[in-house]
Design a protein around this ligand. Structure first.
Ligand code: NAD
Ligand code: TYD
Length: 351
């Protein structure tokens, strides 16, 4: 079996669902169920004996040690993190605690378990750390895309805390021999994405007749990957990645934010036109820019493709259409995640 941390969040839940759709190997999900963790994301697994959800913190070394001893996983995949840049600006403390201290405690619990395994299991064991392209900092318009040897130059409390966790993972390999793999992925989008992030926020605000907030001039560039392609990349790296290596994951889909906004508006005009016949783009509102806002991210994913033969299955056009349709088809999920805590955040960030 495998242990997945943060498996009730956006990418983790997609990973667990996809894993159990293609494997029979059981999964233990360890998730603290913060505001971003949602048991509804895993609802379709209710009653599935291959899946167990444990509520807990990756920083709780005793709990993690107990779970490892009890279930004897052959791999740990670490998605658990505080993940939203804007929240890291308002309150960096949780990011330091989970992304750095939590990862440290997780690594120590895993090291204790791994070092006591019989030789064959010890050799087969893997710790896969899921990270982000944001650790590489910001590119100008003409810079080449980030490779695995780009400098680590994080600019936000979020990206700095993720960079720190990547360094810890690297050190646990070099110093203790822990068999680690790290993936650094570009911006994901798709089902179960919490509507604090750009794409789901645009969809839910459009449908609710609310403003579509564009930070600054809207010309910041992100490199978008459909979440299920990220999940297939992680499965491939887990299967065949070289120990201690870093793999960048991306779909060669650089888009300016304002173009994303127009694409989502146009899809909604087609799939769920406004009652008054007006286009959704009328709801676009330019707002104050994010402090320290990174201008451009772009991922060079050639290593993953040439070494491990991975390629994304979706183009941006197919992936964004599926995503918008998913939100239209899941109004209950959308209304449940917009709880009181969500409304408090929207008030704090956009008031
Ligand atoms: P998310 O915020 O949707 O989910 C994070 C999950 O981790 C939640 O279920 C939360 O409850 C859980 N969690 C938080 N603190 C925890 C703790 N201390 N112990 C156990 N569980 C805890 O995030 P996401 O977008 O699914 O991102 C998952 C991972 O992928 C993160 O490590 C993130 O840095 C990385 N990543 C995200 C993106 C993206 O575009 N979303 C891109 C590249 C990499
Ligand atoms: P986000 O989804 O928060 O991801 P990240 O900051 O990790 O890239 O934001 C994506 C881009 O969209 C980023 O450049 C910030 C911008 N953005 C807005 O313009 N308005 C918004 O309301 C949000 C949440 C993000």
């Amino acid at each position: 079996m495998i242990l997945v941390t943060g498996g009730a969040g956006f990418i983790g839940a997609n990973f667990v669902l996809d894993w159990l759709a293609v494997h029979d190997e059981p999964v233990i999900t360890l998730d603290k169920l913060t505001y971003a963790g949602n048991v509804e994301n895993l609802q379709t697994l209710q009653g599935d004996t291959r899946h167990t959800l444990v509520q807990g913190d990756i920083g709780d070394r005793d709990l993690v040690a107990k779970l490892l001893a009890q279930h004897q996983p052959r791999a740990v995949i670490n998605f658990a993190a505080e993940s939203h840049v804007d929240r890291s600006i308002h309150g960096p403390g949780d990011f330091i605690q989970t992304n750095i201290v939590g990862t440290f405690n997780l690594l120590e619990a895993v090291r204790g378990y791994w070092s006591g395994l019989p030789a064959e299991q010890k050799e087969a064991f893997r710790f896969l750390h899921v990270s982000t392209d944001e650790v590489y900092g910001s590119l100008t318009k003409d810079d080449p895309a980030f490779t695995e040897s780009s400098h680590i130059e994080p600019n936000s409390p979020y990206s700095a805390s993720k960079a720190a966790s990547d360094h810890l993972v690297r050190a646990w390999h070099h110093t203790y021999g822990l068999p680690v793999l790290t993936t650094n992925c570009s911006n994901n989008y798709g089902p179960y994405h919490f509507p604090e992030k750009l794409i789901p926020l645009l969809i839910v605000n459009s449908l609710a007749g609310k403003p579509l907030p564009v930070y600054g001039d809207g010309q910041q560039i992100r490199d978008w990957l459909y979440v299920k392609d990220h999940c297939s990349a992680i499965r491939r790296v887990l299967e065949a990645g070289r120990l201690g290596e870093v793999y960048n994951v991306g779909g060669w889909n650089e888009k300016a934010n304002i173009d994303i906004v127009h694409t989502v508006c146009a899809l909604l005009d087609e799939l769920r036109p406004r009652a008054d016949g007006q286009p959704y783009k009328n709801q676009i509102t330019y707002v104050t820019d994010r402090p320290g806002h990174d201008r451009r991210y772009a991922i060079d994913a050639r290593k993953l493709e040439s070494e491990l033969g991975w390629k994304p299955a979706e183009t941006f056009e197919t992936g964004i259409r599926k995503t918008v349709q998913w939100y239209l088809d899941n109004p209950d999920w959308v209304s449940h995640v917009q709880s009181g805590a969500y409304r408090d955040w929207v008030q704090k960030q956009y008031a």
